[in-house]
Design a protein around this ligand. Structure first.
Ligand code: ZN
Ligand code: ZN
Ligand code: ZN
Length: 197
């Protein structure tokens, strides 16, 4: 089977982590586009054989950044990160699928944080980071639901708490995210139910 190389970034339009993989052959043969489900035009990759040129939609500052990377960095090795020139933070990752997934998940959390405000947006940045990744784990096993039966919810991030709101009935679950105790309380939960505590 042909080896795949992956691209990951945060969609500036909808804020979602976007990942796509292509074979090395496809990447070398013609221009490639990795698109987001929301219809945003997405990331474009072109090559002249020696170097790759990428147009990266930046989930951190909202611009599209152009970057040039050696073909070897795109096609070989664990991967390479590209930084946003405005925020100086990683905004795109290219390489092995597992590496890209890991980096893009971190990116998604960081982009969420940027949106919520500056670096000091939270009562405790470390706790908030941990709470958000814990929530992501619970969500990954479909552990978040509402008493009304819905599994669709939105997440609002505040200074010291996260709200989960059911999109069907509007019920809300507030999770404190400011202290070690808040984190401990969340860590021992396999599932979360909106609409009751
Ligand atoms: Zn999108
Ligand atoms: Zn940027
Ligand atoms: Zn509900």
């Amino acid at each position: 089977m042909e080896e795949l190389r992956s691209f990951g970034y945060i969609c500036p339009k909808c804020g979602k982590a976007v990942m796509g993989s292509r074979t090395k052959f496809a990447l070398s043969a013609s221009a490639v586009r990795i698109e987001c489900d929301c219809g945003d035009p997405g990331l474009e990759v072109q090559t002249d054989g020696a170097r790759f040129r990428l147009w990266v939609p930046c989930g951190l500052c909202g611009d599209t950044h152009q970057a040039e990377v050696d073909a070897s960095a795109v096609l070989e090795g664990r991967g390479v990160g590209l930084a946003c020139p405005k925020t100086k933070q990683l905004c795109c990752y290219v390489g092995e699928e597992n590496e890209v997934r890991r980096h893009v998940e971190e990116l998604a959390i960081r982009a969420e944080k940027e949106k919520a405000g500056a670096e000091e947006a939270f009562t405790d940045n470390v706790i908030m980071y941990e709470v958000l990744s814990e929530l992501k784990d619970i969500a990954a096993r479909d552990g978040i639901s509402c008493t009304c039966g819905s599994h669709d919810y939105t997440m609002q991030i505040h200074r010291g708490a996260v709200d989960l709101t059911c999109t069907r009935c509007g019920a809300r679950l507030r999770l404190d995210a400011a202290t070690d105790e808040d984190l401990d309380r969340l860590c021992c939960q396999m599932t979360l139910t909106i609409g009751k505590r």
